[in-house]
Design a protein around this ligand. Structure first.
Ligand code: NAI
Length: 304
C-alpha cells in the first residue's frame, strides 16, 4: 500500500461541517490525518443553529470510512474558543500540525446599502475567525520549538477571487478576503523561524454559499468533469498540510476544477521619477501616462 500523504499529521479544519471544509476533512482523513472537524453549524448568512450537528455528521462519515476525527462546535471568532479548538487536537490526538482556516459566511450587499452590522459580521467571521485559532496554534508551536521539539507546521488560510480582484455586491467579503491574503504574507514572513508555513487558497466550488448566486456557472461540466465539485480543492489542502509542502510559504493558490495557479498579487507599473516633489498642477498628465503604461487590471467580478 502507498504511504498516505498525511499519515501522523493532526489537522484542524474550521467550518468543516459543510461545503469545502467537509471535503477537506474527508480527504485529509483518507490521507491518514487525524482531523478536528470544527463547525458552529450556522447558515449561509451566519444564522445560528441552521446546520446543527454538521461537524458530528462529518466525523461519523470519516469514522465509517475507517478514519480518525473528532468534532468541535466552537465559534472561530471567540478568542477562548480558539484555545479550546487547539486543545481539542492536543487532547484527542496528542499534537497539532496544521490549521485550515475555512469557516465563514456571506451577507452580500451593494456598498450603498451595506449596514454596519452586516459589515462587522462578515469582517468578524473571516478576519477574527482567521486570527483566533491560528494565534493559539502558533503559541503552541512556538512553545514546542522552544522546548526543543521539531516543528513542521502549517497554516492554510482561505482568501477568494473576491479578495484578489474585487466582487460587486461583496464589499465587506472582498475586504475581508483581501485582508486574509495580506495576513498570509505576514504570517509566512514572521513564522518561518518557528517552522511554520502559511499559504492561502482562493477556491471555486459549488457549495451552499455559491449555488444560488452563481447557479448556472456552478453546475457547469467540462467533458464530464464536474469542475465545481468541492472535492477538487481537497487534494491541494492535503498536500499543503503534509510534510511535503515544507518549502512552500506565502503563496495564494487559485483553483478551479483541474486548473491551479499562483496569484501574483499587486504588481507595479513602470514608474516616473521627477527627483523632486510634484505639484498638483503637473499630476494630471503624469497619471495619464501611468494609466497608459500599466498592465490591464483583472476585472472586478460582476463588471465584465
Ligand atoms: P459553506 O457555507 O458550505 O461552509 C462554511 C462553513 O463554515 C459552514 O459549515 C458554517 O457552519 C461554518 N461556519 C460559519 N461561521 C462559523 C464560525 N463562526 N465558527 C465555526 N464555523 C463556522 O461555504 P463554503 O463555500 O464551503 O466556504 C468555505 C470557505 O471558502 C469560506 O471561507 C468561503 O468564504 C470560502 N470561499 C468559497 C468559495 C466557493 O466557491 N465556495 C470561493 C472562495 C472562497
Amino acid at each position: 500500500m502507498m504511504p498516505q500523504m498525511c499519515e501522523g499529521r493532526v489537522v484542524i479544519v474550521t467550518g468543516a461541517g459543510n461545503g469545502l471544509g467537509r471535503a477537506y476533512a474527508l480527504d485529509l482523513a483518507a490521507e491518514g490525518a487525524c482531523v478536528v472537524v470544527n463547525d458552529l453549524g450556522v447558515g449561509t448568512h451566519g444564522e445560528s443553529g441552521a446546520t446543527k450537528g454538521a461537524a458530528e455528521k462529518v466525523v461519523d462519515e470519516i469514522r465509517a470510512a475507517g478514519g480518525r476525527a473528532v468534532a468541535n462546535t466552537d465559534d472561530v471568532t471567540d478568542w477562548e474558543a480558539g484555545r479550546r479548538i487547539v486543545q481539542c487536537a492536543l487532547d484527542s490526538f496528542g499534537g497539532l500540525d496544521a490549521v485550515v482556516n475555512n469557516a465563514g459566511f456571506v451577507r452580500d450587499r451593494m456598498f450603498v446599502s451595506c449596514t454596519p452590522d452586516e459589515w462587522d459580521a462578515v469582517l468578524r467571521v473571516h478576519l477574527r475567525g482567521h486570527f483566533c485559532t491560528s494565534r493559539h496554534a502558533v503559541d503552541h508551536w512556538r512553545a514546542r520549538q522552544k522546548a526543543g521539539s521539531p516543528v513542521d507546521a502549517r497554516i492554510i488560510n482561505t482568501s477568494s477571487g473576491a479578495g484578489l480582484q474585487g466582487s460587486v455586491g461583496q464589499s465587506a467579503y472582498s475586504t475581508a478576503k483581501a485582508g486574509i491574503a495580506a495576513l498570509t504574507l505576514v504570517q509566512a514572513a514572521e513564522l518561518a523561524r518557528y517552522g511554520i508555513t502559511a499559504n492561502a487558497l482562493a477556491p471555486n466550488a459549488r457549495t451552499r454559499m455559491t449555488e444560488t448566486a452563481f447557479a448556472a456557472e456552478m453546475s457547469r461540466q467540462e467533458e464530464g468533469f464536474d469542475i465545481y465539485a468541492p472535492e477538487n480543492t481537497a487534494p491541494l489542502v492535503s498536500w499543503l498540510c503534509s510534510a511535503q509542502s515544507a518549502e512552500v510559504t506565502g503563496q495564494v493558490f487559485e483553483l478551479k476544477g483541474g486548473r491551479i495557479r499562483l496569484s501574483q498579487g499587486w504588481t507595479d507599473s513602470p514608474e516616473i521619477d521627477k527627483k523632486a516633489r510634484w505639484s498638483a498642477a503637473e499630476l494630471g498628465p503624469i497619471v495619464r501616462r501611468l494609466l497608459d503604461a500599466r498592465a490591464p487590471a483583472k476585472p472586478v467580478y460582476g463588471t465584465a
